[in-house]
Design a protein around this ligand. Structure first.
Ligand code: 5U1
Length: 698
């Protein structure tokens, strides 16, 4: 949307003020209430209007203008700043079970001198964010400094960087701000922001962040605020530092946080007032169960005595308050050593590299393996045998190696790991492995022969659009493979009634039906057979093109990549896949055994590119044909070089209409497109037929 013209300076001051207020109102709704009031585009328009105004009237710029978040020069170092009130740390309860919460409650009760008959203690329960603690100092409502915790007494002043955190208000939302109000909380990076940032970095070939925590800490400690501004950070408040002149300050911690929200400071909504230990345990368990669905990382929860008079009574031990505790969750990241790198062959033939790890307790379980995804990921992270690595296990997600700890690499450095060098043949079946151009995965070419791919290959082989063996579903395939009855699809044709009837959940009648389906599947088409082989990158349409082009299986087997490139829609990747498939002796062996078992199809001389009675013609099928299913009709048309489209247009050559044809037939009549019935279609396909097409008598 266009930015409105810049007004003269009298109007400009009023307009700039109005814009700032409106933008702050939207920021408040977005960052504090989590309830956006305007679409992003409208927000951007307001923002650009304010930028234009301030550019035309620099005298109108205020320090707390939302346009002034990024500014200032890179620093040589951060100035040190002493905290007016020390930033304490928090005692950590490492017993991650319910006992952790109960121990804390028992200690608080004892120190408050409460006896069993006294009422439960009231607590404020919150999240323990995995970020960087910050003290925000507001003087008369304006943000004047932001300081890290440092050693608790003195921190580093990182104001320029913290100003770039959009959710940190530059001015408090009140007409009567206290002279001094320090807000304490955590700067962190949301997981989606982390992923987005890393994806952009990867695209640009720049280094990525190891995890959101490092991302947050690294950004805040970045000396150039323009670089810090590029890293998307967030902020949640959880307490106060120095306060001066706040006359009607609340009497509890939870009410204090409520007031912060009113002042425009973001506070996580994931907080609860809990009475007694049971309520703390319930909060801990509830958050733990939802931990992975939260948009940011946490490493536990925090319990605080809610009444401020009780907090004062409890006081501190060294640098930790007695009235608060962090109740940890099991760590999701730990360090361990890569003892070996091996591969697992998946159901699609992909060789997935797996790091074998020195056992480490992470995410609540002992982990000994972690996925390395593929060769590109190994290269990107440069993972080598002997490396110390950060392993992450979050929820039920497969553990993964997040990063290598570079300075712990052994000397001399171990060699880089290359899957193709370590595994020139498939560890499951001994077939060759390849990495096709443009693919991330290294794959086994064993296909039908490879045990790791067997079940997948069998299910595909039997599927409706391939050999169409009704009843051969995944439960049966599991049994047949697990019992060693079927190794390759060719073995399916050796199964007898007695064997099938002996399988679990297989009644005599179902076994007989399956036997009949297996027998019936032997009479097939070349296109279905090619598709059934499960050659990588050869889908149903390509299988049809190949069948039409070569007409005979042996011509396809003998085809070179150049021969294959002459087939419609076959490119270098498909051609390479086909050549590699038939170059593998195991695959040819299975093909020959299938033929020997009686699998057969009509062969022809093949129809080269321009051939086919329907080459270049587009047909549309509608209604129910008397004998042909829609699939069969489509197959016949495509075998003759024609294309089947889903809707009728001027470009349609024929509409083949059956019973209860609907709007497509009407459209064909309207456009004057030729209309055929089933016999007409058959006539069109048969060279010898004299009358050829027969128009429907309408
Ligand atoms: N939510 C929350 N996190 N956190 C961390 N509250 C909280 N309080 C802390 C810390 C270090 O310290 C105070 C108890 C002093």
């Amino acid at each position: 949307m266009a930015v409105p013209p810049v007004p003269g300076s009298g109007d400009a001051a009023a307009r700039a003020d109005a814009l700032r207020r409106e933008i702050e109102r939207h920021n408040y709704a977005y960052y504090v209430l989590d309830a956006p009031t305007v679409p992003d585009a409208e927000y951007d328009r307001l923002f650009r209007e304010l930028q234009a105004l301030e550019a035309a009237h620099p005298e109108l710029v205020t320090a707390d203008s939302p346009t002034r978040r990024v500014g200032g020069q890179p620093l040589d170092e951060f100035p040190k700043r002493r905290h007016a009130i020390p930033m304490l740390s928090i005692r950590t309860e490492t017993d991650t079970t319910a006992a952790g919460a109960r121990t804390f409650d028992a200690r608080v009760r004892k120190e408050l001198g409460l006896v069993e008959t006294d009422a439960p203690v009231e607590y404020a329960a919150e999240l323990k964010f995995d970020g960087l603690a910050i003290n925000l100092r507001y003087e008369h409502g304006v943000l004047v400094s932001a300081t890290t915790r440092g050693d608790g007494e003195t921190g580093e002043e990182v104001t320029q960087n913290v100003r770039t955190v959009q959710s940190v208000p530059l001015r408090l939302r009140t007409d009567q701000p206290p002279p001094v109000l320090e807000v304490r909380g955590e700067v962190f990076m949301r997981r989606d922001d982390f992923e987005r940032y890393n994806a952009k970095q990867r695209e640009a070939g720049r280094p990525t962040l190891v995890n959101p925590r490092n991302g947050a800490a690294g950004s805040i400690r970045q000396l150039d605020p323009r670089l810090a501004a590029q890293r998307p950070l967030s902020f949640f408040a959880y307490g106060l530092g120095e306060v001066q002149g706040w006359t009607d300050a609340p009497a509890t911690h939870s009410a204090t946080l409520d007031v912060l929200v009113e002042l425009g400071v973001p506070v996580s909504a994931e907080r609860r007032v809990c009475r007694g230990a049971d309520a703390l345990v319930a909060f801990h368990d509830d958050v733990a169960a939802r931990r992975d669905q939260l948009p940011f990382d946490i490493d536990g929860v925090v319990y605080k005595v809610n009444r401020l008079d009780q907090q004062r009574a409890l006081g501190f031990v060294t640098r930790e308050p007695r009235w608060a505790v962090a109740h940890k969750f099991p760590a999701q990241e730990e360090l361990t050593v890569v003892e070996a790198i091996e591969v697992q062959v998946g159901r699609t033939g992909a060789l997935t590299p797996v790091a074998r790890l020195a056992p480490v307790f992470v995410g609540g379980v002992t982990v000994t393996n972690a996925t390395l995804h593929n060769q590109d990921e190994i290269d990107r992270k440069d993972v080598r045998v002997g490396d110390t690595v950060i392993v992450r296990r979050a929820g039920d997600v497969i553990p993964e190696v997040v990063a290598v700890v570079a300075d712990r690499r052994p000397h001399p450095a171990p060699p880089r790991f290359a899957i193709l060098e370590a595994y020139p043949v498939c560890p499951e079946c001994g077939s060759h492995v390849v990495r096709l151009e443009g693919e991330a995965a290294v794959r086994c070419t064993g296909g039908l022969y490879c045990p790791a791919q067997r079940k997948q290959a069998l299910l595909h082989f039997a599927s409706r659009r391939a050999m169409d063996i009704e009843g051969l579903g995944d439960k049966l395939v599991d049994q047949l493979v697990d019992r060693g009855l079927v190794h390759t699809p060719a073995d399916v044709y050796g199964l007898d009634l007695a064997t099938l009837a002996g399988l679990d959940r297989m009644a005599e009648k179902s076994a007989a039906n399956l036997c009949a389906a297996i027998e019936a599947s032997k009479a097939t088409t070349l296109a279905r057979f090619i598709f059934a082989l499960g050659i990588r990158n050869v889908g149903e349409a390509t299988a049809k093109d190949l069948a039409r082009h070569f007409g005979a299986l042996d011509r396809l087997i003998a085809a070179t990549e150049d021969d294959l490139l002459a087939v419609r829609d076959v490119g270098p990747i498909v051609a390479q896949s086909i050549v590699q498939f038939f170059a593998e002796p195991h695959n040819l062996d299975v093909v020959r055994k299938l033929q020997a078992a009686g699998v057969r199809w009509p062969e022809s001389a093949g129809v080269q590119q321009s051939g086919g009675r329907l080459a270049g013609k587009t047909l549309v099928l509608t209604g129910t044909l008397p004998t042909l299913t829609r699939d069969a009709a489509k197959e016949m048309i495509e075998a003759a070089g024609g294309k089947v489209a889903g809707s009728v247009s001027k470009k349609t050559d024929y509409v083949v209409a059956g019973a209860e044809a609907g709007s497509k037939l009407a459209k064909a009549q309207e456009l004057g497109v030729a209309i055929l019935d089933e016999d007409g279609l058959r006539g069109l396909l048969q060279p010898a037929a004299s009358s050829g097409q027969r128009a429907l008598d309408l």
